[in-house]
Design a protein around this ligand. Structure first.
Ligand code: SF4
Length: 431
């Protein structure tokens, strides 16, 4: 008999990893497992890993080694297994040799492999299979594709996750419908590059088709998607966002650099002129758009002048939010073979310059909402306040004695900062 039907899930990395973690949790809970907070309480320990930057990889290795004493090679433990999945997993044989105390390594998003392991592991331990139904979060993440067909020179994700593999639309619709039935009111469609969704499927559907296919699901109020690639964003997708009221006007459009030579060496496949033109089309078609982006500073060979181009682009395009990362070489990528010639302190200086610029711009964007009324989908509580997001994905907090989880609140904004806002409820929002 299985001693312990509980699981500990440690998760790090991007939204795709969070979506994978959700699917892992669902599969385990469907099999009767309950989540626990500490690994020593668990029968199954799962690390869902990320190596997109060196700092993330260091955390994974630290976590892995800290769990060794809890495995069968450590001081314990019959009836306990350790699984490692995600982008840390490249060559399983090498990893197995380096970490013999791990029961199974699984590639990123290999939920089927995990289920197969768990089923066989349970069979060996003669466990029963109860069937609880896991309630959904208010805002859920739904992968629509895995992998990516681009080969950006710094990117390890595409090496670890492989080429684009799109899920059929019918499967996505069923997934979203199931989440809505279990309480979800918002879904974010995920892919390494959602704008290229369907390019590997025979009928070649695109993201616009997915948005239309899920749009009329009753009980679903909001739809988002990320990440978009400037080269693959089509007018058809922009028009779908403009036309479909449930699709939120918020975009995650990864720029990475504001300099054409750096973009060329990153192999991004577009120019800064193209990016400006795309932003203009988006803002024209969807005037209330909020647009976020990603920037890497200190890419190999990035000169002060090239960095200055990026700074100017951020000043001019005025994104709502910018995720700024200092470049770190990832083994196996083309750029890892080039000299990492921007010193760490200079990378940090460039990162801080952009952070400070963006803090001002984000503060100015949000200040325009002062005294305005916004509809906030409430997804939880934080430090005694309700927490939710606007259609433009802005974080809003408010105080109320009422129960607001999973509801839309109309909130008048009374304070704004660069990263969040505070307001007071004036009534129910509309879906
Ligand atoms: S678009 Fe580029 S950065 Fe994004 S996942 Fe694909 S290869 Fe990586």
């Amino acid at each position: 008999m299985l001693r312990n039907k509980s699981y500990y899930l440690w998760d790090i990395g991007c939204q795709m990893n969070r979506a994978d973690a959700r699917r892992v949790a669902e599969e385990l809970e469907r099999r009767g497992y309950v989540p626990v907070e500490r690994p020593e309480q668990a029968g199954l320990m799962i690390l869902n890993t990320c190596v997109v930057r060196q700092s993330a990889e260091d955390k994974v290795v630290g976590r892995l080694n800290s769990l060794k004493p809890l495995t069968q090679d450590g001081e314990d433990a019959p009836g306990r297994a350790l699984l490692v999945m995600g982008c840390f997993v490249s060559d399983e044989r090498d990893l197995q040799a380096a970490y013999p105390f791990v029961d199974r390594f699984l590639k990123p998003s290999d939920i089927a492999g995990l289920v197969e392991f768990v089923d066989r592991w349970e069979e060996a331990q003669d466990a029963p299979l109860p069937d609880p139904t896991r309630p959904a979060e208010v805002a859920e993440l739904v992968p629509i594709s895995y992998g990516c067909d681009h080969h950006c020179t710094y990117c390890i994700v595409t090496i670890r996750r492989g080429d684009m593999q799109s899920r059929p639309i019918a499967e996505i619709v069923a997934d979203v419908r199931g989440l809505v039935q279990r309480g979800a009111r918002e879904v974010t469609l995920l892919g390494q590059n959602v704008d290229d969704y369907g390019s590997d499927l025979p009928e070649r559907p695109d993201l616009a088709d997915v948005l239309r296919a899920i749009h009329d699901i009753e009980g679903l109020w909001r739809i988002r998607f990320l990440t978009s690639h400037p080269k693959d964003m089509t007018q058809r997708i922009i028009d779908a966002v403009a036309e479909l009221p449930k699709v939120c006007p918020s975009w995650e459009l990864a720029l990475q650099s504001g300099d054409n030579e750096v973009l060329r060496r990153m192999a991004r496949g577009y120019t800064i002129e193209h990016f400006y033109e795309l932003m203009q089309r988006i803002r024209q078609a969807v005037p209330d758009s909020t647009i976020n982006t990603d920037i890497i500073v200190g890419f190999p060979g990035e000169t002060e002048e090239q960095f200055e181009h990026t700074r100017q682009v951020l000043e001019e395009l005025r994104f709502d939010m910018v995720h700024i990362a200092a470049y770190s070489p990832r083994p196996g990528t083309p750029s890892a073979r080039w000299e990492d010639d921007v010193p760490p302190e200079e990378k940090e200086r460039r990162r801080v310059v952009l952070e400070q610029l963006q803090e001002r711009i984000a503060g100015e964007h949000n200040a325009r909402l002062l005294d305005q009324q916004v509809d906030v989908l409430v997804d939880g509580q934080q430090r005694g306040r309700w927490r939710g997001r606007t259609r433009g994905n802005k974080l809003v907090f408010f105080e109320s004695e009422q129960e607001w989880l999973g509801r839309l609140a109309r909130v008048r904004i009374t304070w704004t900062g660069p990263w969040s806002m505070i307001g007071e409820v004036v009534g129910e929002g509309t879906a």
